[in-house]
Design a protein around this ligand. Sequence first.
Ligand SMILES: [Cu+2]
Length: 304
Amino acid sequence: MALTLINSAKQRAGALLRTVSAVGVAGIFAPVAANASNGHSVPWQMDLQTAVTPVAEFIHSFHSWLVVTITVITLFVLALLILVAVKFNAKKNPVPSQTTHHVGLEIAWTLIPVLILVVIAIPSFRLLKEQIAAPKADLTIKATGLAWYWKFEYPKDAGGGFEFETRMLSDEDRAKAIASGKATKEQMPRLLAVDNEVVVPVNKVVVMQVTGGDVIHAFSVQPFGVKIDAVPGRLNQTWFKATKEGIYYGQCQELCGKDHAFMPLAIRVVSEEKYNAWLADAKKKFAAIGDAPVQTAETTISAR
Ligand SMILES: [Cu+2]
C-alpha cells in the first residue's frame, strides 16, 4: 500500500516536474533542451542528462520525488515563519504564551519527520539494490583507470580477447578530424571526444569490472546512472543496460592528479549486428590480451 502510494506520488511528481520544466525552462533554453540528450551535458543545461538505462531512470524519478518532498517541507517551514512573524510579533502579541509542553505537538514533530525519512528511505534502498545487484551479464568488460587515461579489456570468453586504451583527443586532433570531414563538430565534443570508443550492444546487460592501475580514479557515465571507484588492487563492479543507441560520455570522478579533468571515456551503444562487426574489426586492430594474469597491486604484493 505504502509503496503503491509512493510510486503513484512519484509518477505524479515526475509528470508535474516535466510539465513545469517544459513550460518554464524549455521556453528560455529551447536550443539547449534540444541538445540535452546527446550523451553529454551542454552549457546551461537545467536538468540531469537523459537517462538511457533502467537504473538512470530510477535515479531520475527518485530525484524528482526528493525535489517535490524538499519543496513541500521548505514551503511549510516558510509559511510557519511568516505566520510567526505576522501574527506573533511584539506589537500584535505583547503577552506571549507561557506554554512549555504540548503532548500532541511533541508526538507530531517527532513522528512526522520520521515518516518523511521512511518515505525517502524506501525508494532509496530499492535504488541501491538495483544498482548493486547486477543481473546475469551478457557481456563483461574490464575498465582500468590510469593516470590519465582508461584501459578497457574485452575478455576472451565473451568473444573478445583484446584490450585498448582510451585517450582524450586534443584540440588539434579534433580540429583535424573536423577539417578532414571525418566527423562533425557535434561528434567531437571538446574535452570528451576520445580516440578509441568502448562499443557495447543495445539492450544487453553489460557488467563493468573497474579497477585502478596507479591511484584511485572513478568510472562514471551519467546517462547510465553509473559511478564507481577504480581502486588499485581491488576489483569493483557495476552494470548497465543501455536501451537507446547512441554515444554516451563519461569522466573520471575522483580527483586523481593533474590531468584528472582530461580522462574522459566514450561508450557507443549499437545494434547487435554492428557490435559483432566492430568486434571482428577490434580483434584485428587491438592488442590481444596475454595469458598472464592481470597484475594488480594485490597480486603483486602476494607474489613477493
Ligand atoms: Cu582519474
